[in-house]
Design a protein around this ligand. Structure first.
Ligand code: SF4
Ligand code: FES
Length: 246
């Protein structure tokens, strides 16, 4: 396949960015999207140009680093996958592909396609943990019966990889799907009960402080989430917050 790429280039966080056109040729449909980006970067390095900066790590849908807005969709034109799992067979010869970074005030651009997602880390630090004494006097985990439904729902919530596609997709740049998932994974289990009221209050307060918008129930986040995190988690977070405030 021969393709035209329109890519957001921005020297650093202060520079004014712009879309720049590039051509790539002989791209195999079996390549992943990031492999296609590697081909472009090799081409740029060989001609003495600055390669395009983009985030990636595991390249197998686990780490949540790959954060590209492709043809106006977070993680591109496929469902239930991250950018690193997107394949070039989703495109056709002669296509023009637009590639942008996540766009949200709370995720400022660092360089080209890389954004700063430390806001998510700060939300996690505000309450996304349990404090357990691991000195050796711990209770046997099997002595706490947990229903299959609660275990499954907690596990589903815990699959959130913190990629930020929900924020990038939401017209309000809301982080509620992410925070809802993180609150839910503890709220559903007995281990999470002890700190539950403080956790939800602190995480939501940090979310607001970081400048994320509010949820207006459009559901776009759920559609673009690569891990299938559902809106139910936002409802659970709101219930937990109400309980904590009462
Ligand atoms: S909820 Fe989904 S889209 Fe949002 S950060 Fe988690 S995995 Fe990514
Ligand atoms: S590079 Fe790790 S999820 Fe894509």
């Amino acid at each position: 396949m021969n393709l035209t790429l329109k890519i957001w280039r921005q020297k650093d966080s202060k520079a004014k960015g712009q879309m720049v056109d590039y051509k790539v040729t002989d791209i195999s449909e079996h390549m992943s999207f990031l492999e296609m980006m590697d081909v472009l970067n090799e081409q740029l390095v060989n001609t003495g140009e600055e390669p395009v900066a983009f985030d990636h790590d595991c390249r197998e849908g686990i780490c949540g680093m790959c954060s590209l807005y492709i043809n106006g969709e977070a993680h591109g034109p496929d469902r239930g996958i991250t950018t690193c799992q997107l394949h070039m067979r989703m495109f056709k010869d002669g296509d023009t592909i637009t590639i942008e970074p996540w766009r949200a005030a709370a995720f400022p651009v660092i360089k080209d396609l890389i954004v700063d997602r430390m806001a998510f880390e700060r939300i996690q630090q505000a309450g996304g943990f349990i404090s357990v004494n691991t000195s050796g006097n711990t209770q046997d985990a099997n002595s706490l019966p947990i229903s299959k439904i609660a275990a499954d729902e907690a596990m589903d919530a815990a699959t959130c990889i913190g990629c930020g596609a929900c924020v990038a997709t939401c017209k309000n740049s809301s982080a509620m799907l992410f925070v809802g998932a993180k609150v839910s994974q503890y709220a559903l289990l007995p281990q999470g009960q002890v700190e539950a009221p403080e956790r939800v209050k602190n995480m939501v307060a940090q979310m607001d402080l970081e400048g994320f918008g509010n949820c207006t129930n459009t559901g776009a986040c759920e559609v673009e989430c690569p891990k299938g995190i559902t809106l139910e988690n936002i409802a659970r977070m709101n219930r937990e917050l109400m309980k904590a405030n009462i």
